[in-house]
Design a protein around this ligand. Structure first.
Ligand code: 5GP
Ligand code: MN
Length: 340
């Protein structure tokens, strides 16, 4: 593991010496991607420097309240040219919460070609992104937890600016399922305590995250659980699938299917869960597991993806029904990991 104080010192000097800084996080951005990117964005501002935060595609609606969201440039939008110019001009690129450039979608090639200095802060397994300095901790609950370490080390104090703290707390809460996954540990709670000490309003954050969804989103969840859940007891697996037609019927908005994949794991004996969502050209696959069942291995072996041991994702070029057939057919390969 890279030593945090060395990393923080090197990052500080790269930031101080840069003139055109951009921050990038992964496509289908979640609370951790947006929180870690915004945390760095606000931190850089407090250093008296400017930065541009670019996301590959649109933010989910329930995160638009986060401080600084209105300043984010979205690559897959009318802001594409502006975003590409910023990437081309950059002399420092800070990458948060992804381990592979493919997670940047259409912006990947520009970043790969860029001669800018590159910093990576990420908690996914085996980061393959080429960079000048990296802080990689796959055991960390979230990238936001790591950005907290970076920011507090750079400043030499455990309490930080409340705007930065608000962004980081949001990412920690969302990536740990409200501190419920096994990825949270003593350090996670310690960091959360320091963020609360920094003056955040944690109830305001939880209110924004949990209590402002559309009625259609909740009905979509009900429909998935009641009508679209398939359980395969012999492989301790369950999956849900959604077609474009179904998504349209429930007036799907970005982020509406987030978290549905966790529900099948609440069934006694289920250790592996998947949701398949039909997109325009591909089938999006999202996986969750319990214990030592390697969701990331399934995603990497068969669905052009990756992620964490217990939370991973990928894409399939096959139709949704063919993707599901493939998924069911590969399950016997993972029987050895089932604990029950
Ligand atoms: P989610 O299921 O919430 O979209 O993603 C869960 C985890 O899997 C996240 O850590 C995310 O970074 C990773 N992940 C999701 N989709 C992909 C993908 O297409 N490729 C890779 N490499 N990782 C993914
Ligand atoms: Mn994350």
């Amino acid at each position: 593991m890279e030593h945090i104080s060395t990393f923080a010192q090197q990052a500080k000097s790269l930031i101080s010496n840069a003139n055109n800084i951009i921050i990038l996080a992964h496509k289908n951005p979640d609370g951790d991607a947006i929180g870690s990117g915004l945390g760095m964005y606000h931190h850089i501002k407090t250093m008296g420097k400017e930065a541009i935060f670019i996301l590959p595609d649109q933010l989910p609606k329930n995160l638009l309240w986060m401080p600084g969201c209105d300043k984010i440039l979205v690559h897959k939008s009318p802001e594409k040219e502006q975003a590409e110019q910023a990437i081309t001009k950059a002399d420092l690129i800070i990458m948060c919460d992804f381990n592979n450039l493919s997670r940047l979608g259409g912006a990947a090639q520009l970043v790969e070609q860029s001669t800018a200095k590159k910093i990576l802060i990420d908690h996914h397994l085996e980061p393959s992104v080429v960079c000048d300095i990296k802080y990689s901790r796959p055991e960390a609950s979230s990238t936001c937890e790591m950005v907290y370490q970076v920011v507090s080390t750079m400043r030499g104090t455990p309490t930080i600016d409340s705007t930065i703290a608000t962004c980081l707390y949001t990412g920690i809460v969302t990536d740990t399922g409200g501190f419920s996954y096994s990825s949270s540990n003593r350090l996670t709670f310690d960091v959360a305590a320091n963020l609360i000490e920094s003056g955040i309003d944690k109830d305001y954050i939880l209110d924004n995250l949990n209590y402002h969804f559309s009625e259609q989103r909740l009905r979509l969840l009900g429909y998935c659980l009641n009508n679209k859940l398939t359980v395969i007891p012999e492989y301790h697996t369950a999956y849900i699938w959604l077609t474009q037609k179904e998504l349209r019927k429930f007036n799907y908005q970005m982020g509406d299917t987030e978290g549905i994949v966790n529900y099948p794991l609440t069934i006694d004996g289920i250790e592996f869960s998947a949701i398949f969502t039909e997109k325009e050209k591909i089938t999006k696959c999202s996986f969750r597991s319990r214990g030592s069942f390697p969701a990331s291995k399934v995603a990497g072996d068969h669905f052009n993806g990756g992620g964490h041991l217990n939370a991973a994702g990928g894409e399939s070029p096959l139709s949704i029904s063919e993707t599901i057939k493939k998924f069911v057919s590969i399950l016997p390969q993972y029987e050895q990991y089932i604990e029950k």
